[in-house]
Design a binder for this molecule. Structure first.
Ligand code: HEC
Ligand code: HEC
Ligand code: HEC
Ligand code: HEC
Ligand code: HEC
Length: 145
């Protein structure tokens, strides 16, 4: 019959102790395991953002629901503005061209070729419809009276 040498036996026992430790340490200390993976939410750091926008009259529904990553990609230690899609394509992911009537008919040139964010704030405004300016003062941003 094959018997283990004392060296082999010591190695096996050591291995078992190590594996048991690796498997049970996080289980015995779940707080430790959790803290390692805990992520900060955007607004934990962006408190100025919350102060600026979240009290406004019109808040983009997804901003109110704090779904920042519907539009933004998470940034790492180097903070940056990284959007999931650029320009109007970002808006069209939820506001379809068909539904907006941009796909057909006569469309304001500013909507057809311009940026949505020339007129709308992506987060929140004190006006209705997330408009950057109210009433005729919106039009006079680009058109002369
Ligand atoms: C650990 C803290 C922290 C977290 C979490 C964090 N940010 Fe930032 N972010 C910063 C800092 C610091 C800056 C640079 C200073 C500033 O512009 O506020 C920054 C900058 C930015 C900028 C660029 C601002 C500009 O004016 O160009 C954007 C956009 C941004 N963050 C979005 C987000 C979004 C969206 C999330 C969540 C998915 C997020 N951040 C999570 C700390 C954080
Ligand atoms: C509908 C898409 C959308 C959502 C949702 C959104 N953002 Fe943004 N965000 C943008 C766009 C577009 C810009 C660039 C604005 C510009 O260039 O004028 C921007 C710019 C920013 C900036 C830099 C400029 C500024 O306005 O301060 C910060 C910081 C930021 N976003 C944080 C956030 C946080 C935090 C959330 C979630 C609470 C969020 N965003 C949700 C689209 C979005
Ligand atoms: C992830 C989905 C999503 C994206 C991306 C998105 N929106 Fe929205 N938006 C919504 C939802 C949800 C509403 C609530 C009304 C609805 O269901 O149409 C809304 C409403 C609006 C409204 C109407 C607000 C009001 O009170 O009348 C405007 C204007 C608007 N979005 C502009 C934009 C612009 C500009 C962009 C691009 C910068 C954008 N949205 C990107 C989901 C989105
Ligand atoms: C020239 C300025 C201008 C541009 C550019 C513009 N909008 Fe608007 N948008 C408006 C105005 C003004 C209203 C309010 C219309 C009303 O009173 O019924 C509005 C209303 C909306 C609404 C809410 C009303 C509805 O039909 O449900 C959404 C959503 C919207 N815009 C999305 C967009 C998107 C997406 C883009 C880019 C493709 C865009 N807008 C570009 C001026 C603009
Ligand atoms: C972000 C800039 C911008 C804003 C804000 C804006 N427009 Fe325009 N508009 C344009 C551009 C660019 C054209 C095409 C070139 C031109 O005729 O000057 C245009 C053209 C027009 C036309 C001619 C038809 C066309 O599409 O070429 C009308 C009518 C018009 N705009 C009405 C309005 C009204 C009403 C408002 C306010 C609700 C408004 N515009 C706000 C940029 C803008």
């Amino acid at each position: 019959m094959y018997t283990l040498s004392s060296k082999q036996r010591m190695f096996l026992i050591g291995l078992l102790v190590f594996l048991a430790g690796a498997a049970f340490l996080p289980a015995l200390n779940p707080a430790l395991a959790q803290r390692k993976f805990e992520r900060k939410e955007c607004l934990d750091c962006h408190t100025k953002f919350a102060d600026k926008y979240l009290g406004m009259k019109t808040i983009h529904t997804i901003v109110k629901e704090k779904k920042c990553d519907d539009c933004h990609l998470r940034h790492g230690k180097v903070p940056a503005l990284i959007l999931k899609k650029s320009g109007n394509e970002l808006c069209y992911t939820c506001h379809s061209k068909e539904k907006m009537g941009v796909a057909k008919g006569k469309v304001h040139t500013a909507v057809r070729v311009g940026k949505c964010t020339n007129c709308h704030d992506p987060h929140a405004t004190q006006t209705s419809h997330l408009l950057k300016h109210e009433g005729a003062s919106l039009c006079t941003q680009c058109h002369q009276k």
